[in-house]
Design a binder for this molecule. Structure first.
Ligand SMILES: [Zn+2]
Length: 510
């Protein structure tokens, strides 16, 4: 039996396949945002081989973050047979709504905490764990030959405000062969702040923005965070206005589960005559996702628009690999005259991922034979070897595999190097959740334009006229000398190909 790690080399795009003969269980179906902004790529999703796609029978989803479920609609299109989709109650409800929006008619089964689900050759149990989603499940998986534990995303601490780690239950699992363990913050050595510290940090931020209209952005799935923001807003005399579908659904759910003061918030934009100092707007998109509410509000593509003098609290930290969209959105807001507060200014976020010490706690409770770190980069996977050694797991038992690799789960796991393929997508302009796949040809041409420039040909009075855009100096000089002799765009293209490597692209304007 084997484990395939799909997706992208750095982070995001969590998607793993546990396979035994003809039965494959897919663990999560995530996407990764912004792989190559230069080429207009907004996100990428794992591409399965034919062999992989034909054997997937079940997809188990741990929680509703995009880097764990965002690729589901795109992956379903790759599977010849409709798989069973299984998730915990809250995640299942969120996924059903999203698939409905994408007009994909597939049932999603609910499996409650500690309930068992069966596939042809496996059975697995959902184990609730603390994380910055409204619900997060780890998976304990039994196969005919091996026992595996897939951590999903989790906090190994009990003070983060995300709930308690079910230490007692984890201790009870006997002889787990392989632990798949998230490594996003494996390199964080110091203890993390607590929920009380977070409340204090958010309050300091709100006080600093006194008098301004305030926008707060957080994960919509982080119900505890939304509850805290609403309570603090009330404490400083502000009323909350909840924008965007995901945030509205989340607040309504939080109202049901967390007993929030219902008079403290309203769905929809603030009234025109509301005093700025009394307004707090809540919107999703604190990772800088280009199609989320915050990004559209700052860019001005939203019913409410960011304006000079506003204050913005980014109640998040960028997940590794996502720094660029996060900081470019912060910069865009600042250029508009918005005062921005991030995790660097005040304690306005507590991560949903385990520190190094917490990962050790998880390893000590589960006592696995082998550990395969996932999520996070090569460096953090390497740190996991040290963490393992500190809690009695020799470093050779921490298996470092990259996405795209296959790990053969024999007595001693062996890594077969692979190169994971991904499909690249670009969001359609102005259309949320509508994206088109970029073919290899389009990406090659865009890369060529980026690297070698473009020669534009347009009709002049009596002859064709050429203009060079972003070409090398020698190309520009050559085109200036010979451009007037072109017979046709094809002739020019051919001549450039013969002379320059790489040749610039040629475009004929009508
Ligand atoms: Zn997550």
């Amino acid at each position: 039996m084997h484990l395939d790690l799909l997706g992208n080399p750095s982070s995001g795009g969590n998607c793993y396949l546990v396979s035994d003969r003809r039965d494959t269980l897919m663990l999560d179906a995530g996407l990764a945002w912004s792989q190559d902004r230069d080429l207009g790529v907004d996100f990428s999703v794992p591409r399965l081989t034919t062999e992989q796609a034909e054997t997937v029978q079940t997809v188990a989803l741990t929680h509703s973050h995009e880097d764990h479920v965002g690729a589901l609609p795109y992956i379903l299109r790759q599977l010849p047979r409709g798989p069973r989709i299984v998730a915990g109650p809250v995640t299942a409800a969120i996924i059903r709504a999203r698939l409905g929006e994408a007009r994909i008619d597939v049932p999603v089964e609910t499996v409650g905490p500690y309930e068992w689900a069966m596939t042809e050759r496996f059975r697995f149990q959902m184990v609730p764990v603390p994380h910055s989603a409204s619900e997060s499940m780890a998976l304990y998986i039994e196969t005919p030959k091996k026992r595996l534990f897939y951590s999903g995303d989790l906090r190994g601490s009990d003070e983060s405000g995300y709930g308690r780690l079910p230490a007692q239950s984890l201790r009870q699992y006997k002889s787990i062969d392989v632990l798949l363990l998230e490594a996003v913050r494996a390199d964080v050595d110091e203890p993390d702040p607590t929920l009380a510290d977070l409340k204090e940090g958010l309050l300091l931020a709100l006080r600093r923005l006194a008098g301004r209209r305030v926008i707060v952005s957080a994960f919509a799935s982080n119900l505890t965070r939304l509850q805290i923001v609403i309570e603090l807003a009330q404490a400083v005399g502000r009323h909350c206005y909840v924008l965007g579908r995901s945030m509205r659904n989340a607040v309504e759910m939080a109202q049901e589960f967390e007993r929030m003061p219902s008079h403290a918030w309203t769905i929809g934009p603030p009234p025109r005559d509301a005093a700025d100092s009394k307004v707090l707007i809540m919107v999703a998109g604190a990772q800088g996702e280009p199609d989320a509410g915050l990004s559209r509000l700052i860019r001005g593509h939203y019913p409410v628009q960011a304006r000079r003098g506003d204050g913005l609290i980014m109640s998040s930290t960028p997940i590794p690999g996502n720094e660029e969209p996060f900081w470019s959105l912060v910069e865009m807001a600042m250029r508009k005259g918005v005062e921005v507060i991030t995790y660097r200014d005040y304690l306005v976020h507590i991560s949903g991922h385990s520190t190094g010490q917490e990962l050790q706690r998880v390893m000590k409770l589960i006592r696995p034979g082998w550990v395969i770190p996932f999520h996070g980069d090569y460096y953090r996977h390497a740190v996991m070897r040290e963490l393992g050694a500190r809690c009695g797991i020799p470093s050779e038992r921490i298996v470092q595999a990259a996405n795209g690799d296959r790990v053969l789960l024999d007595d001693k796991p062996r890594v077969i190097k692979g190169n994971g393929s991904v499909d690249y997508y670009q969001l359609a302009k102005g259309k949320q959740r509508s994206a088109s796949r970029l073919s290899e040809t389009v990406l090659d041409e865009r890369a060529r334009i980026r690297d070698a420039g473009l020669v534009v040909i347009r009709p002049g009075r009596n002859r064709l006229v050429t203009d060079c855009m972003d070409c090398r100096a020698d190309v520009t000089a050559w085109v200036e000398r010979h451009g007037r002799d072109i017979g046709s765009p094809d002739d020019l293209s051919l001549a450039l190909k013969r002379r320059f490597r790489p040749p610039p692209a040629v475009v004929l304007l009508a």
